[in-house]
Write a protein that binds this ligand. Structure first.
Ligand SMILES: Nc1ncnc2c1ncn2[C@@H]1O[C@H](COP(=O)(O)OP(=O)(O)O)[C@@H](O)[C@H]1O
Ligand SMILES: [Mg+2]
Length: 575
């Protein structure tokens, strides 16, 4: 009988090869869009210690071309062979800081150069290292690559040539022709916005300038990270890896500092700065064409080693990593209401590759991995924003109180001023009936059903808005809605879950209807103030120190204290 043969023998070996379709896989297919592609090449210039990179769109010989020119380190012919032409090169991983400026390098995956393939079908690369009289030139025609062939079958000649006038003394220039995209004005605008945001607005250690040159003159020039003027609130935080945290708050130029200790963060140390522009953004800077959101460098952005991590803080849902555009009451830590207008919130959060290793890139190239550390990090930043929201809410409440004091003492003036024309008995009765009003009002407080206070919600899909009792949070459009009187209404909603609480925008109240005559008010007939029906009352419990008058919206009355003119006048009349 035959024995089964269980010996192992080698019959050959295999190796990985790379198909000629690789550049297009890594370029056209992998990169999200052309803007991302340009950013990728600008990052390469940054990594190469450039101080200036120019992005030029121009027409030459009836053809559109894109040039990305930097004054960085350039490449030697060995660099071209071992770095530029080596796929998935890891040279930036082994040397993660740039040699001249010690910049933390942004590249790591070794595929960024194929962004040139996404942008156009032809590439001419010109590069020169410092002190070298000649320029090295290589031309690539991406369309030539045929599927089914091996990438290594294609050879590209490296030529030495004379530098052109105005070519930087060292650096790399990418000349991209046969562009795949027509760079219309809106696209250029978007690119400009992205380039502006790439650089940390507060970076001082890196001197890196981006210039844009396009057929649209108003987009051109040295790009800067625009900051929208003076904020009313600023919160800076610095969290160390041991959990010690220092916070600095500037509220309308009043500073306060705080040092606390929390659990050591699993996501590592972070520092950041949040700014809120309660008075809005400076008008002069606003509406410079393009979409209103993208004109502004608002949003809470993450910077890693001084460079932007996209898409965090981009306008729109994709960049809304803190869910602030859809903030709902329940979302915010400690049940605090989200009182900020997202379009007036700006922030920068700083992390580094070396001290926040848990916060790492997703393989899809944009954004961070949604792991536990990332979740905890988001939660932490949210708490900081909630703190800012709290400060703003408190301030708004204080101001609202002050405003109503002014409003209602003004409303009381005629009450006091008109006294001389009135008989004392009449006033006395009025005050007494007002007092009865207070007592009645206090009873109303105990019967909350008659006191409806509503929040306003809106649907982002069908733009409908409706009222909701303050203590309830709808999850879909018109899930429950009430009328002015607090009774449920039956109008159906569109069913969308894309709903949010409306901000408290000052309403344009209708002019007050012609009110009752003074005598009537004094006799306890309600008057209208800013469209709200109000009864005058005297609150015997109110402080005696200063003249006080305040609105009690829940009682729909205005209360005055014993020192108020109206009261003192009545007092005199009684005596
Ligand atoms: N503008 C440039 N100046 C100098 N060297 C460059 C430039 N662009 C690319 N290179 C070289 O080509 C290599 C490959 O670039 P890239 O594909 O973007 O990968 P990565 O940036 O992740 O290393 C870089 O590591 C660098 O050595
Ligand atoms: Mg790169």
């Amino acid at each position: 009988m035959d024995q089964p043969d269980d010996r192992i023998s080698q019959i050959g070996s295999i190796r990985f090869r790379t198909g000629a379709a690789m550049p297009s896989r890594l370029g056209s297919e992998q990169l999200r869009d052309e803007t991302t592609a340009v950013l990728e090449l600008v990052k390469n210039s940054y990594d190469a210690d450039a101080t200036t990179v120019k992005i030029i769109f121009k027409e030459a010989d009836g053809e559109s071309i894109l040039i990305i020119e930097d004054d960085g380190s350039g490449m030697t012919s060995t660099d071209l062979r071992d770095k530029w032409a080596w796929l998935a090169t890891e040279n930036k991983l082994s040397e993660d800081r740039s040699p001249a400026f010690r910049r933390p390098r942004l590249g790591q995956k070794g595929v960024g150069r194929f962004a040139t393939e996404k942008l156009g079908r032809h590439l001419t690369l010109r590069t020169r290292v410092k002190g070298e009289p000649k320029v090295l030139r290589v031309r690539f025609d991406w369309d030539q690559l045929e599927g089914g062939k091996e990438l290594s079958e294609y050879e590209y000649r490296v030529q030495r040539t004379n530098p052109k006038a105005f070519e930087p003394a060292h650096g790399t220039t990418l000349i991209i022709k046969k562009l795949r995209l027509a760079w219309t004005r809106p696209r250029l605008q978007k690119l400009r916005d992205q380039l502006c945001r790439l650089i940390d607005p507060e970076a001082t250690t890196t001197d890196f300038k981006i210039w844009l040159d396009t057929p649209s003159a108003e987009l051109n020039g040295h790009l800067q990270n625009p900051l929208p003027g003076n904020e009313t609130h600023r919160l800076e935080f610095d969290l160390r890896s041991d959990g010690s945290e220092s916070i600095r708050i500037l509220q309308n130029e009043v500073e306060s500092r705080q040092k606390i200790r929390i659990e050591p963060p699993e996501f590592g140390p972070v520092r950041g700065r949040l700014r809120y522009f309660r008075q809005g953004l400076q008008a002069a800077e606003r509406g410079r064409g393009g979409s209103s959101d993208s004109d502004w460098n608002v949003g809470v952005r993450i910077f890693r080693d001084g460079c932007r991590v996209r898409p965090y803080g981009e306008p729109g849902p994709e960049g809304d990593w803190l869910q602030i555009y859809r903030a709902r009451a329940r979302y915010w830590v400690g049940g605090a209401l989200f009182r900020l207008r997202p379009q007036y919130l700006e922030g920068t959060i700083h992390i580094t590759k070396s001290s926040n290793p848990q916060l790492r890139d997703t393989t899809s190239r944009e954004g961070l991995d949604a792991n536990d550390a990332y979740e905890a990090f988001v939660e932490y930043v949210k708490r900081k924003i909630a703190k800012l929201s709290e400060l703003v809410a408190e301030e708004e409440q204080r101001e609202e109180r002050a405003r109503s004091q002014v409003r209602y003492s003004r409303a009381l003036e005629p009450l006091a001023g008109g006294l001389s024309t009135l008989k004392s008995e009449q006033y006395k009765r009025a005050v007494e009936s007002a007092d009865a009003e207070v007592r009645r009002g206090l009873k109303l407080v105990e019967a909350p059903t008659s006191l409806v206070r509503n929040a306003h919600w809106e649907c982002l899909d069908c733009s409908d808005s409706w009222k909701v009792p303050l203590d309830r949070i709808p999850t879909r459009c018109r899930e429950f809605s009430v009328g002015r009187d607090g009774r449920p209404t039956t109008k159906p909603g569109c069913g969308s879950v894309n709903v949010r609480r409306k901000e408290n925008v000052p309403r344009n109240l209708p002019p007050d209807p012609p009110g009752p005559e003074l005598e009537d008010v004094l006799a306890g007939v309600p008057a209208y103030i800013s469209g709200v029906q109000i009864r005058p009352i005297i609150d015997w419990e109110m402080g005696e120190q200063d003249v006080e008058a305040e609105i009690r919206p829940e009682l729909r009355c205005l209360a005055i204290n014993g020192r108020h003119l109206a009261f003192r006048a009545a007092d005199r009349l009684w005596a």
